[in-house]
Design a protein around this ligand. Structure first.
Ligand SMILES: [Zn+2]
Length: 280
């Protein structure tokens, strides 16, 4: 049976899903014997989860609250007190949800998605990297051989691909939302097959399609995937300190946890739009 590699951005996007994230993770967990992960993927997930959760909490906290009409005429109407109560209750509920999400960041054990992910790490197949593998990833970067990380200095894509090339025991399916992989399907297939003697059966951005190609249809995941937002990694990242939507000034904001966790991203001081650094 082929193994299926699931990329960091696929896991992270499920934090934003409007459907039941846990159901998706549990479904993947049920197939963990055929899931292949790399050490780089695991590290990236742990790092980026914080930024996703912190902004999710922020959005809920600052979300739109109904503006109350405060003219005397309106205030005198019978429904007005009820309206105030409903607004305050909605505000409080939003605060509660935001605090709950924020507590997931601080206390890892309370984040059910992370708990499920760590379980997956324990039971899935895992490729760790060593110095020779890092060296090969560096060389790949220098030669500009795909997949190449868009950033000048990082070699995340290269590390993941070099890790996958060491998997010589099974045919492989790759699920990623990363363009450096998706745009180079043919090259990567050829290289995988030459290096491992196995087939790269499918390289897709859809988890449901990947599972199907691996002979493991997953209806629940197919449904959840339809409701996924566009990946953050698809959005261009501004490089000149100006908002790409309104040209407003961008400022950096960051989260720093007690045990060395940290995350940063940019927000527009004019329109409030947030930009996340790419997953890698
Ligand atoms: Zn803006």
């Amino acid at each position: 049976m082929p193994v299926i590699y699931i990329d960091t951005n696929v896991f992270l996007d499920f934090y934003q899903a409007s459907t039941d994230r846990l159901a998706v993770f549990e479904d993947i967990l049920g197939r963990s014997k055929s899931v292949l992960l790399t050490q780089q993927t695991v590290n990236e997930f742990r790092r980026n989860r914080i930024a996703r959760l912190t902004t999710l909490a922020d959005h809920i906290r600052k979300g739109p609250h109904p503006q109350l009409h405060t003219t005397a005429v309106v205030q005198a109407l019978p429904g007005f007190q009820e309206w105030i109560k409903a607004r305050d209750a909605a505000k409080k509920a939003a605060q509660d949800i935001a605090s709950e999400l924020a507590s997931w960041v601080a206390d890892e054990k309370s984040d059910p998605v992370l708990v499920a992910f760590e379980q997956l790490v324990k039971s899935a197949k895992l490729v760790t990297f060593d110095d020779p593998l890092i060296e090969r990833a560096r060389r790949r970067k220098l030669l500009g051989q795909p997949p190449t990380s868009p950033d000048k200095h990082t070699i995340g894509d290269e590390l993941i691909w070099e890790s996958l090339l060491t998997w010589t025991s099974d045919d492989l399916v790759v699920v990623t939302r990363d363009k450096s992989f998706l745009d180079n399907r043919a090259i990567l297939k050829g290289e995988y097959e030459a290096a491992t003697g196995k087939r790269l059966i499918e390289l897709t951005d859809s988890l449901a399609a990947g599972l199907k190609a691996a002979g493991q249809e997953a209806k629940k995941i197919e449904e959840a995937e339809k409701k996924l937002p566009k990946s953050f990694d698809d959005e261009p990242f501004p490089t000149d300190g100006k908002c790409l939507r309104c040209a407003g000034e961008l400022e950096e904001t960051a989260y720093e946890g007690s045990d060395g966790d940290e995350a940063w991203w940019l927000f527009c001081t004019k329109c409030g739009h947030e930009y996340f650094p790419r997953t890698r």
